[in-house]
Design a protein around this ligand. Structure first.
Ligand SMILES: [Zn+2]
Length: 363
């Protein structure tokens, strides 16, 4: 049975637990935070804790979770409700997700109709709306009507990376729960134990994931991500300091072609979000910015514990010795600006040409 594990996020877990223990749960929550922060795990855990058949009995026998004897959002993991929720087959715990690009009004209409019925087996009918910011405007207006008068035995949980994309009237009717990235040290320890990794590898994944456990979980088994990453790093190393404009332009063309292929392959083969991101020209520029930041940090401080791309420490030592910190910092800024321009629809080939010429000509 798969039990959703929540890494970090103690504050959010305790807040929800306190509300549940005091019987003051909201009918609607908006859990928001970056991809990989654990929004779906927390939503499922809330569904488990509020429907576990042993949870209520245990709470009253022990004087309630406030007595301190129970873990926050406790559930038994063995009763029929827990088993079905964990397997994703409970009739009263449903997930709505985008169909194609968006969550459409038909999906929310169906939810509206079904949520008004009495629960079949659970005590609280739970609807989790994943990527809620991708609801169409019609879907949001339809949801708004449910949020205005939610059925008493229902719980609606919206998950979003960017709640600013939704109608403010929706967020204002939900209790907001913010999920944050967690500390690299804590995440490293978790990754080491969870995926049986060497400490160095665990730290690399935690750092590359920017403190997001869901991303660590993806990267732990994602060879394709590391292949694309190595390709970008070897290109950028070759171009930086090559002092040859035409070599830089040829490398730019080659890299854009390779990224296109990797991206198309990832789309066709159901590649991870991490591969899709790093195979995009923006993702590649973000990686390059991180690379130059490593060169800058090492040449200024000499402190290798601050390096992101730990698995390339020998290359970073070598490259850092070949240039000046002021040059590395200019390049890091230029790579970030290029990523920004690409996000605003700049032409990938022209933007990459411009960046690579800067690198080759020490600008
Ligand atoms: Zn249970």
């Amino acid at each position: 049975m798969h039990i959703p594990e929540i890494v970090g996020q103690d504050e959010a877990v305790r807040l929800l637990d306190r509300e549940m223990a005091s019987g003051k749960m909201s009918h609607a929550y908006l859990m928001w935070g970056p991809r990989g922060s654990g929004k779906m795990a927390l939503a499922k855990r809330l569904a488990l804790a509020s429907n576990c058949m042993q949870s209520a009995a245990r709470a009253s026998a022990s004087g309630g979770p406030e007595s301190g004897q129970d873990l926050p959002l406790w559930f038994c993991g063995e009763c029929p409700n827990c088993e079905k929720i964990a397997k994703g087959i409970h009739p009263d715990v449903c997930v709505v997700a985008p169909e194609g690009d968006a969550i459409k009004i038909g999906q929310i209409r169906e939810m509206k109709w079904r949520i008004a019925l009495k629960p079949n087996e659970a005590s609280i009918k739970t609807w989790i709306i994943d990527e809620a910011d991708r609801m169409t405007e019609e879907a949001q207006n339809c949801l708004l009507k449910v949020l205005e008068e939610p059925p008493g035995d229902s719980l609606i949980i919206l998950l979003s990376e960017d709640p600013g994309m939704m109608l403010p009237t929706i967020s204002s009717r939900c209790h907001e729960v913010r999920l944050n990235a967690i500390g690299i040290e804590e995440l490293t320890k978790w990754a080491e134990a969870e995926f049986d990794l060497e400490p160095e590898r665990a730290k690399l994944l935690a750092t590359l994931s920017e403190g997001l456990p869901g991303r660590v979980a993806t990267l732990a088994g994602d060879d394709e991500y590391f292949k694309v990453r190595d390709r970008i790093i070897s290109t950028v190393r070759r171009v930086a300091l090559c002092e040859d404009g035409s070599e830089a332009l040829a490398a730019s063309e080659d890299l854009i072609d390779q990224l296109k292929k990797a991206y198309a392959q990832a789309v066709d083969g159901g590649g991870s979000p991490e591969v899709l991101e790093i195979s995009s020209p923006m993702g590649a520029c973000d990686l390059m910015a991180g690379w130059f930041r490593d060169l800058f940090i090492l040449s200024i401080t000499g402190d290798e514990s601050l390096i992101i791309n730990l698995d390339h420490i020998m290359d970073i030592r070598e490259d850092a010795a070949r240039g000046q910190p002021s040059l590395f910092s200019r390049w890091a800024v230029k790579a970030m600006q290029t990523a920004q321009a690409l996000r605003s629809s700049a032409n990938p080939r022209l933007a990459m040409d411009d960046l690579f010429l800067n690198l080759a000509l020490h600008e």
